[in-house]
Design a protein around this ligand. Structure first.
Ligand SMILES: [Zn+2]
Length: 120
């Protein structure tokens, strides 16, 4: 991978993250706010029944499941985009690309071509 390919992948990842975050934000809070009337109805009419308990459990699974999925996606996204060190397979950051081209974790040089020297 060249430095330019890596920068292009970073830009593509940022665009994808922005779109996915916006969709998630709308869906998550839309479901939560649309759920408010149902929650109020369930609390007044179904309180103490197994349906109410199941409803609360489903709400908890939805709430915490979202954060688990987001955490998992944020960890996997660099691997899906190929923005990982070829040696240690850990994602490298923008500083690797803009700096000396060495992995932040293992120190290996990550580009196929040598870095051009900055004009002095
Ligand atoms: Zn590495």
């Amino acid at each position: 991978m060249t430095k330019q390919e890596c920068l292009t992948k970073f830009q593509g990842t940022r665009r994808k993250e922005t779109v996915v975050t916006a969709i998630w934000f709308i869906c998550f809070f839309g479901i939560l706010f649309c759920n408010l009337p149902l929650a109020k109805w369930m609390e007044t009419h179904m309180n103490g029944t197994w349906i109410y308990t199941l409803y609360q459990a489903a709400l908890l699974v939805f709430f915490f499941g979202n954060f688990i999925v987001i955490f998992w996606i944020s960890k996997r996204l660099p691997h899906w985009r190929g923005i990982v060190c070829p040696l240690c397979s850990r994602p490298f950051g923008r500083r690797t690309v803009r700096g000396n081209g060495n992995c932040m974790h293992c120190g290996a040089y990550v580009f196929d071509e040598p870095l051009e020297k900055a004009p002095s």
